[in-house]
Design a protein. Structure first.
Length: 619
């Protein structure tokens, strides 16, 4: 992968303008539970507020003396997750002329941020706190829809990475598919990821040059999880990883040529999609569905319980958006792909008691996960007798945004390009090591925060993108990253002792540049200093960059037990007939610590296996 990335449009501007006559009346088929208080008076004009969703956004609200007439949102929210919330929330506020809007499932941060920005703008227009509360009482009236019964050959629960891989694979096997998704779009946690997917092409020159192999990938995955992962599942993951990449390519997905080392990945075997974050996966799956009929997406529908008939899982009972009941039956198999429980504080706190590995996993610890990842599938599977394994294995990252917990705003491109320093300007951990060790190291630092520090090797012009589709120039302008011509200036801007930071970088550079170390090894055990392309060779080329990061809940490695065929195993060690599971809803693959880049491999490898086997299952 080269240093320069294809640049996409820096920001998307959504304009929602309604004529004054439309703003003063209800839309066809819509009404509100309460009508606007005609005594409310705005100071006419346009008012703006800057807020943080998954990314920073600017909300501009235009009002007349009596109505909200226009909302504009300048944003870089993730396509397929935050972006739909931008449109939906804004349109509904304009439609009902009120603030009683529901958050969009899976996009709670974005939804709440939009409402916050509108409130801040309306206060600038002269509204009081009591006026705002009155607007909160105005809600859209929704009529309950009719109950439904749906049937398909294969039923997939969850439209994240594993679910969509299963759905497409089952369809390629000639089966009709219904996908149930409780949010309004496909994506899950995968779409919020950095997109890195570990896979080794054992016969390639790149793998040979990196001294990599499928066996090495297996060894690092198994040992990196303290040998707690099921060896058969680890073998299945690593041996089928490259075939998964080739399958994605056959569907039209594009990757950069050179692999890299993702944080906690331990080796340069991560493949980066050309599309930012995890959007490339779902663009690919959507394009497949556009070309092929037979996959039905059912959004805004929450799976409640699995249907069991004659000891076989045959479908799922669900609740639709308006509270109606939706029953979905499978002629063949059912695939459970609902993700983990990273956003369920109660579940993760209870699970943390098993090992007491982390100081706390309460509300004070944010998460990278989309808000819909609350352990629903794990609970449903347990109710039909599924065995749960390694629930105490929860992964945190040291890379969370201090305001949202998300991975956005992370300025690194690869492990070799950066170091971590604490608020005293000192390194404190092996930045190329295990994710749990890095995060535990961060918890031991003052204020539990650190700075990523790097030079301009990855950002020669400042317009290049990070792994989340953000330019470093935009991050600096938004105050989410800091830029300085010298290390001394950088230290002053981030508030760390300049003497310490300069000494830290000088010592680090000795290892990168092969200085006279007299047999010394890095005090923290780091061995990855220079990338395979020799682009990164120390932190020495100004301007320099830094960004603050905190611990954040990232991945739950425990969950439903499966075998290598993705069949769900019950508490007696037997297969639950008709039920398959893939992705983060499962447990026992990654052990105590997941290698960075293995989660997306997990979704593709086991999603495809689940789709294949659910398609061939007969009752």
């Amino acid at each position: 992968m080269g240093k320069n990335h294809l640049r996409r449009s820096k920001k998307t501007i959504l304009v929602l303008a309604l004529a004054l006559t439309m703003a003063t009346s209800s839309f066809v088929g819509c009404s509100s539970k309460n009508t606007p208080d005609k005594s409310l008076t705005y100071k006419p004009g346009t008012y703006s507020a800057t807020v943080n969703g998954m990314h920073e956004m600017t909300i501009s609200v235009t009002v007349s003396e009596s109505e909200i007439t226009d909302i504009k949102i300048d944003h870089t929210e993730t396509p397929g997750i935050g972006e739909p919330a931008v449109k939906t929330i804004s349109e509904e506020i304009l439609e009902i002329q009120g603030l009683g809007v529901d958050t969009i499932s899976g996009a709670t941060l974005t939804s709440n941020a939009i409402v916050e920005g509108v409130i801040n703008s309306l206060k600038q227009a002269g509204l009081s706190d009591s006026d705002i509360e009155a607007l909160r009482e105005i809600k859209k009236e929704v009529s309950k829809e009719d109950d439904q019964e749906l049937t398909a050959d294969v039923v997939v629960i969850g439209a994240g990475g594993a679910g969509m891989a299963a759905a497409v694979t089952a369809h390629q096997a000639g089966k009709s598919v219904v996908v149930i998704e409780k949010t309004g779009q496909m994506g899950g946690n995968t779409i919020l990821s950095g997109g890195a997917l570990n896979a080794v092409d054992d016969g390639s020159e790149t793998a040979a040059a990196n001294n990599d192999s499928v066996q090495h990938h297996y060894d690092q995955t198994f040992n990196g999880g303290d040998q707690e992962g099921n060896p058969v599942l680890v073998e299945t993951l690593t041996e089928n990883a490259w075939d998964g990449v080739e399958w994605l390519k056959s569907l039209g997905m594009e990757f950069y040529d050179e692999p890299f080392t993702v944080t906690g990945g331990m080796w340069p075997r991560a493949h980066k999609p050309v599309e930012p974050e995890g959007t490339g996966f779902f663009k690919t799956y959507q394009e497949y569905m556009d070309k092929n009929q037979g996959i039905t997406m059912v959004y805004h529908t929450t799976a409640d319980e699995l249907i069991v008939e004659d000891s076989t899982v045959t479908g799922v009972n669900c609740t639709g958006k308006t509270g109606n009941k939706i029953t979905v039956k499978a002629n063949n198999g059912v695939v459970l792909a609902t993700g983990g429980f990273g956003q369920n504080v109660e579940m993760r706190e209870e699970a943390n008691k098993i090992l007491n590995k982390w100081p706390s996993l309460g509300d004070n610890i944010l998460s990278t996960n989309t808000s819909s990842i609350t352990g629903d599938g794990i609970k449903m599977a347990e109710e039909v007798g599924a065995n749960l394994v390694q629930m105490g294995n929860i992964q945190l990252l040291p890379l969370g945004d201090p305001n949202t917990g998300s991975l956005s705003g992370n300025i690194e491109h690869s492990v070799e390009s950066r170091i971590f320093v604490n608020i005293e300007g000192n390194r404190f951990v092996n930045e190329a090591g295990r994710r749990d060790e890095m995060t535990l190291g961060l918890f031991a630092q003052p204020e539990n925060k650190m700075y990523i520090v790097m030079d301009s090797d990855s950002y020669p012009t400042g317009d290049e993108l990070n792994n989340f589709g953000e330019t470093i120039n935009d991050l600096v302008a938004a105050g989410r990253a800091v830029k300085a011509d010298t290390l001394e200036e950088l230290a002053e801007k981030i508030g760390v002792p300049a003497k310490n930071l300069v000494a830290t970088v000088e010592e680090y550079n000795r290892y990168c540049q092969g200085g006279d170390l007299e047999g010394q090894t890095d005090e923290f055990g780091r061995s990855l200093f220079v990338d395979t392309n020799k682009v990164h060779n120390g932190i020495n080329n100004g301007p320099f960059y830094a960004a603050v990061r905190i611990p954040t809940v990232h991945h739950t490695m425990g969950g439903v037990e499966i075998n290598e065929a993705t069949e769900v195993i019950d508490t007696n060690g037997n297969v639950i007939s008709g039920l398959y599971a893939a992705g983060e809803v499962t447990g026992g693959i990654h052990g105590s610590n997941r290698l960075g880049g293995n989660a997306l491999t997990d979704t593709v490898v086991f999603g495809r296996i689940a789709g294949t086997n659910a398609a061939s299952f007969t009752k």
